[in-house]
Structure formats: C-alpha cells, structure tokens
Design a protein around this ligand. Structure first.
Ligand code: MIC
Ligand code: SF4
Length: 827
C-alpha cells in the first residue's frame, strides 16, 4: 500500500545564504598535545577545491525532468536521487506505473564515486586490475582503517599495524598510484567519517565496499554499501544495477530532549523494524524533526540503517547540512546544493507517496540499549535494569567503548566530555576500562585542541588510533577471555565474538553518553536519568552521591576543524601513473592474484562444461549443512585476526568458513556431517574440513539456510569462501541484500523458499537438482525454478522456489562469476 506523505515541510525555503564559518574559525586555539601533528596542522581548514566532489546538479536535474515526463507524479527524495543517476533517464524506467518500478524494476545506474576500506579494497582492486583499464571511471578512494589494532594506545598500535600490514598497505598504495585513486593512509581515520568530512554531498549517489557506507546519507545523499565486485562495476564505468527499492517514509515530529540522541532514535527504530525490516527498502526521513538534528547526528541514523538491512537512508537538505559543509571546507558544494535545493531537487515533492510511513515523535523517545548479540533487541533505558535481572546476568559492566564510524563526531565527543567534566568535579573516574576511538584525524586533532581529549583522559579514558579497532575485532583484550561479561559500546553491531573474539562477551549498543555514564557507575542497571553514584566518604562523614545533569554538546567547533597530521591525507584528484608497478610478492602470504572460478555451464569458449551432464541445469548438489537461525557475514567469514589474509584467497578461504554457524541438525556450532566419509575419516568434522573434503572429491554442494542469511557486512569473502569450496547454490528462507548480490557476483545461485516450512524438509547429505534453470538461462523471463530433492533415505519430492536474478545476473551465473563475464566482454 502506498502512503501519501503529509504536506511537505519544505526545507529549501528555510535555507538562506550562510554566514561563513571561517570567521569564527580564525580564532583557532592551539593544540594541547603535539604527539601526532606538525604545527601547520593546527591551522583551521581552508576552503577546498570542490570541483571533483560537487555533484553535477544541472545534469541531474535535467535527467530528472526526463524521468518526470514519464512518471508524471510527485517523487520522493530517494527516487529523485536514484532516477537522476539512471544511465538512460528517458527509457530506463519502462512504464510509468509506480507499483511496477519500486520493488520490481532493475535500474541501471551511474554512481558518482566509490570508496573502499583496506580489507575489502584488496579483493576489489584485484578484480579491477584483471579488467585491464588504465584508470578508474569515477573518483575513487581507499581508506586504511580496518587493519589497525587496538591494544596499547594510538601511536604504538598504529606503528605496529603499519609494520604488520606493510605488504597490504604497499599493495593498496601502489595500486592507488597506478590508477589515480585517493589513498588515505593508516591513521587518517575510518572510511565513513572521512567520506562524510570530505566527499559526501547532497543529492549524490555513491558506492562503498562496506555496509555502513550509508553513513554519508547524513548529508542528504544516497550512499550504498556493496561488495567489491559491485564497486568494480562503477570503477570500470559499467552500469551498476539495483533492483528499485521500496521507499519507507520515516516521519519525525517533536524534539529530542535530555539524554535522548539520534542514536536512540535508530536503536528504537531497529527494535521496531528488526534486522530484516529494511531489506529492499530505502529509509527516507522527513518532517519537522529532521531540521534540528546535526548533520553528524543524521549520519549516525543513516549509518545504522544497515542494521535493519536497509539499502540506504537519506534526509532532505537542511540548514545543519549546509553549516557542516561550510565547516568542513566545502563552501562551494554548499552553495551549489543551496541552488539545487531551490530548484526542488533535494527534498521530496509535496504529495510524494511512500510504500509505508513510520511515525516517530522525538519528544517521546528515551535512551535505548540494544543487544546482546543482535542490534535489534531494543530495551528502553528505564526497563534495562529489570531486563538484566530477568536474564540473570551479572549487574556489571566490564568495559565502555565510544567512537567508531557510527558515533565519533565532534558533537558526540563534546557531550561525552561534558559528562566527564561533571564526574571529575565530583572526584570520580571511570570504574571500568573506557576506550575511545576517534573517527578521523580531523576529529582527533580538533578534540585534542579543544581539550576534550585531556578531559576524557583525566577520568581514565584510553584514546586509540583513528580506526575501526575494537569494533572489528582488532581489540587485543587479554582479560575476560572465556568468561561471560558485558560491554557497552557506541558501535553499530554486536554479533557474537565480534569485538574481542570471546563468544561470551555481550556487547550492548547505546549512545556515547549512555556508555560514558554507565562506565562511571560500572553497573548495567544504572540509569543516569534517575540514579546517583555514591561518592567515597571518610568514616564518620555523611555519605554523599553524585547525579549527572543531562549532557550538553556542540555540533561544530567554535574555532573550526583542524586537519591534524596532513601527511596521512592523499593528494586530491591524483592523475594515474600507469608506469607504477603494483606490488604483489611472488611468495606472498597476504596477497594473491585471482584465479577465475569455473563455470558449470560454459567454459569460456562457448562450449559446455563437460563435467556437468545436466547442461544448463546445475549439476546434482549435495547439501553440506542446514544452517540454523542467525547467520551473519561474521558467522560465514570471520573478521578480527583473519582480516589480514583477505587479499590471499587460498589462505583466507581455508581457515574460517562458517566457523560460528550453527548446524540445525544437532544444534552445534562449527560441526558438519560427512555422510560419504571414507577410509577412516570421521563422519563429523568442522565445517571448513567437511567443505575441504567435498572439494577434494569434486562434489559440488549447496547450503540450506534460515532467514536473513548473510546479514551484516558487505564482505564478499562470505560469498567467495563457500564458492571456492564448491558451493553452487544457497537455498534460504530469506537473504540480506548485499550478500545475496555478492553470491550472484561470484556465480552462486541464491534461491528463496516459496514455503518457508520446506527448510526443515531438507537435510545434510540430500541431493538437490534444479528444474527450470535452463529455461531461465535460455531467456524465458517467466521461468520458475523448482528443486528436486532426493533424501538420503531415497525419498524424492519437489519444492518450489523463487529467484531474484536479473537478465545480467543470469549472465554472471552462466559465466561462473561477474568478473568472468566482464572479462569475456572485453575480449
Ligand atoms: C563491518 O562493520 O562488519 C565491516 C568490517 O566494516 C564490514 C566490511 C568488511 O568485512 O570488510 C562491513 O560492514 O561491510
Ligand atoms: Fe569500521 Fe566498525 Fe564502522 Fe565497520 S562498523 S566500518 S568495522 S568502525
């Protein structure tokens, strides 16, 4: 059902020309610590050359005019941004029936920019290199953030990580030089924070090889997380395909007050929508409640749209976005956006229709804590103490962690510092380890100059390197291993074993201020809105206690941002240097040139693969395992210590496929059955070992999986790993978007059960045969695929399935992978 939006709150009207930031910035204070930065870095940001980062508004608006002449109806903001980036704005939408576009049509799009982080960039670049082009078709950047450890503190960790990952960083840097990619060195910060500070612009469409790319939506754009192979589409100038998402309108009214922040809004919404609620949908926020939020606060909301599976999130252009652009040296982008907004490009049309509208009154919102082990288990702060008690958990916090790409803005840090000052004045320090990861060098330097860092350190904080660190399992945490314990973080996801490798660590997600307040109390049940912390008293003295006042912050620094250590930054818009040799050592344990996957249907010369007697149907596939319940990409392809092998498929793939997945037959983790065990082999083994056996026997296989399979990250290794071992099909109750596409890109067929109950009818060792795939591959768009199941006991039955393969995606499947297909087209 389509829902008409309430009369537009037209923000364009309220955006007047802006008093420029540089006036206040010229009062820049001096830096308090000089460990990182040369003195020049303390100079406030200058206005940047914005030529390569300003969206081509005129062209986009013209494209939209073509689209309007077909659609003849009011458009949502997300539609405007998407459709104005169509490769063919005149014919790209087919008919003008809204119902037939959203949720159905495949759009061929031209993203304006690509950003990649160090872990996923390795595979993306290896794929890009095999396309043989001299430069990237769109501006592209690489960010060194995921491979940085969190152990002893910023400087030592950075130095160590640079040494231990030297080979990978050298590879990334040399490839960046060769192809004209902006290379952000280790220490520069987390990809999403840097993109928001430097590249994001209202109305832009960009791709990033990380699921939290939507963070840039805080600046009113569409930023979409994808696997490396999708990024390669944009980098090679190949149209990028997206099934037109449905658009959910989130109508914000009222005002946040006291302790409630935008983090609480998204934590609350995650509870409402669940981890699957956003799949195939864009969340478009609108209403009077948007206007008051800071740009970075909106980015927090957009960032965690990934946690509900949303394709991305966006907001109409606002005055705070305009201020943020000026404050980050992008006046020209702000001025161009002001003009585009005046033409109606940067907000929804009056009367635009949403597929669903969710109403949220910000005045009713209270702080919320989500977890453990899933980001959608939301509990309002006032009920959290009772929840902890009910579950029988110790009322004890073992660490508080703030920062990450989700919450490390200047505003977040000033609010946290306000609490730290209050607590310090009462003589308190944090009761538990309190770690802080700034999101970027710019934030690190600015908060250091403004004495925020020293305020946090005074109460016990350890400031880590500007990187993902503990959020991605690079936290070297010796204490609490093997012990159930609770941590509170301002991060965005909290899957099992993610942060410190301990599957018993419960990570609860909350706003940075709630994390900070609870770190002073040390108790999970502490509610800073109502409770006090007892203060130490001497014998005979009356005992006293301390109660926090609601935190106050500032969204932008009065003295402007400073860049910090500028040697971490790339040269803007570098020219490709084709003579550069991309560095991959022959005996490398970290990087390996990619070998193409074999196709079941076509061996590159147009001849059928003789090993597949079933022609254009998949060969008979043995079920390796029926996976129970939540199976995120962290379960399929672990991060943390494994991350360092991401560029070396043969090593990486062998070590960690599905090692935390639960087998539905028996309920054990990392256990699979081998019903064909031979000569002394055990019939049960770890999942990677059984997969290895299947591969050794040339036995192609399938997985049967539960709902939202592949939830979480964009890491394409979660598709590459099973594919490498011979997985050819995954039959799911449902898939998460990015992962489903990643499977298609690597030549694995994802199928959905029509009847979810059929999941339980298939078991390990059963043989599955596709019926109807040949028809589909031969061009019958209406062909359906059913699966003939032959159980181990010999029973035979057929089950219906649903597929989401577009015509292009079928070509990838036939070629064995998207890359094989692209290569075949370049011959
Ligand atoms: C994550 O937050 O899970 C990651 C690590 O940033 C991933 C990317 C990766 O695995 O390389 C993501 O979100 O896509
Ligand atoms: Fe890095 Fe964590 Fe953000 Fe992923 S979610 S980009 S690991 S900080």
């Amino acid at each position: 059902m389509l829902v008409r939006r309430t009369p537009a709150c037209t923000l364009r009207a309220s955006i007047q020309s802006h008093s420029h930031y540089s006036q206040s910035r010229s009062k820049s204070g001096s830096r308090s610590l000089a460990t990182h930065a040369p003195s020049s870095s303390g100079t406030p940001l200058k206005e940047k050359n914005c030529a390569s980062i300003t969206p081509p508004y005129q062209t986009l608006i013209q494209n939209l005019e073509h689209v309007r002449s077909v659609l003849k109806r009011p458009l949502t903001l997300a539609e405007k941004i998407l459709y104005s980036h169509l490769v063919d704005p005149i014919n790209g939408l087919g008919s003008g029936d809204v119902g037939r576009i959203r949720g159905e049509a495949y759009l061929q799009l031209r993203p304006e920019r690509v950003a990649m982080q160090d872990a996923s960039a390795q595979m993306a670049l290896l794929q890009f290199m095999s396309a043989g082009l001299a430069r990237c078709a769109v501006p592209t950047s690489i960010h060194c953030d995921h491979l940085i450890q969190a152990s002893q503190g910023a400087d030592a960790d950075l130095e160590k990580s640079i040494q231990s990952n030297k080979e990978v960083f050298d590879f990334l840097e040399s490839a960046a030089r060769k192809y004209g990619i902006e290379f952000w060195k280790p220490g520069s910060g987390i990809i999403h924070q840097i993109v928001l500070e430097n590249y994001a612009a209202p109305g832009m469409l960009m791709l990033g090889t990380d699921s939290h790319t939507p963070n840039a939506g805080g600046l009113g754009m569409l930023a979409i997380g994808v696997g490396g192979a999708d990024a390669v589409d944009a980098m090679t100038g190949t149209p990028w395909e997206l099934k037109a998402p449905q658009i959910v309108g989130i109508h914000l009214t009222g005002q946040l007050s006291g302790w409630a922040t935008t983090k609480d809004l998204i934590l609350h919404l995650a509870g409402k929508l669940t981890v699957r609620g956003g799949t195939g949908r864009i969340l478009e926020y609108f209403g009077p409640g948007v206007e008051n939020q800071s740009c970075t606060g909106l980015a927090t909301i957009a960032n965690m749209g990934a946690e509900v599976g949303a394709t991305t999130s966006t907001f109409p252009y606002s005055k705070n976005m305009q201020s943020y652009l000026h404050a980050t040296g992008r006046g020209p982008v702000a001025r161009a956006a002001d003009e585009a907004a005046r033409k109606g490009f940067l907000s929804a049309d009056e009367g635009a229709e949403y597929d669903e509208v969710v109403e949220i009154n910000l005045s009713d919102l209270e702080p919320t804590i989500n977890g453990p082990f899933t980001p959608d288990l939301a509990t309002p702060l006032s009920k959290f103490g009772a929840f902890v008690k009910e579950q029988g958990w110790k009322d004890e916090l073992s660490a508080g962690l703030i920062g990450s790409c989700t919450n490390s803005s200047y505003e977040d840090m000033t609010r946290v510092a306000d609490l730290a000052r209050q607590a310090k004045a009462a003589g308190l320090t944090t009761k538990v380890p309190f770690l802080c990861t700034p999101g970027s060098e710019q934030i690190r330097a600015t908060i250091e100059r403004d004495n925020i860092t020293s305020t946090l350190e005074d109460v016990g904080a350890v400031v880590l390197a500007n990187a993902c660190g503990p959020c991605i399992g690079q936290w070297k945490r010796d204490e609490k291993q093997g012990e159930e314990n609770a941590i509170l973080t301002s991060f965005n996801r909290n899957f099992k074993s993610r942060n410190d490798g301990n599957k018993l660590t419960m990570n609860f997600l909350a706003s940075p201020t709630i994390v900070t307040a609870l770190s002073f109390s040390g108790k999970l049940s502490f509610n800073p809105m109502t409770d006090s912390i007892p203060l130490p008293s001497k014998p005979g003295e009356t005992s006293q206690s301390f109660k926090f006042s609601p935190p106050k912050g500032q969204d932008l620094p009065s003295s402007g941002f400073i860049p910090g250590e500028t040697s971490y930054y790339p040269e803007p818009i570098p020219e490709p240097q084709p003579e550069t040799e991309v560095i991959i050592r022959k005996d490398s344990q970290r990087l390996e040139v990619l070998e193409p996957f074999e196709s079941w249907f076509d061996n590159g010369d147009g001849k059928r693969n003789a090993k597949n007697e079933r022609g254009l149907e998949l060969p008979p596939l043995k079920v390796l395992m029926r996976v129970r319940g939540k199976c995120t990409t962290d379960h399929i392809s672990a991060a943390g210590p494994w991350l360092k092998y991401k560029g070396h498929l043969t090593i990486f793939l062998k070590i960690c496929v599905l090692i935390t997945a639960l087998n539905d037959e028996g309920g054990e983790m990392n256990v699979a059955f081998d019903h064909d065990a031979q000569d002394g082999q055990s019939t049960t083994d770890t999942i990677p070992n059984v997969a290895k056996r299947f591969k050794a026997r040339n036995q192609p296989w399938a997985l049967v999986v539960d709902d939202n399979y592949g939830e979480g990250s964009a890491r394409e290794h979660a598709a590459l790993q099973p594919r490498f071992y011979g997985c050819s099909m995954i039959l799911a109750r449902s898939f998460a978007r990015i992962h489903e596409t990643n499977l298609k890109k690597q030549g694995v067929l994802p199928l959905w059960f029509v009847d979810k109950a059929d999941y339980s009818r298939i078991a390990s060792g059963d043989v599955l045969e596709t019926i109807g795939l040949a028809d589909l591959l031969q061009g019958n768009p209406n062909a359906q695929i059913s699966i003939k199941v032959t159980t181990r006991a010999g029973e035979v039955f057929e089950i219906p399935t649903r597929h989401t393969m577009s015509a292009d995606q079928l070509k990838w499947l036939r070629a064995g992978s998207a890359l094989n297909y692209i290569r075949s087209q370049m011959k």
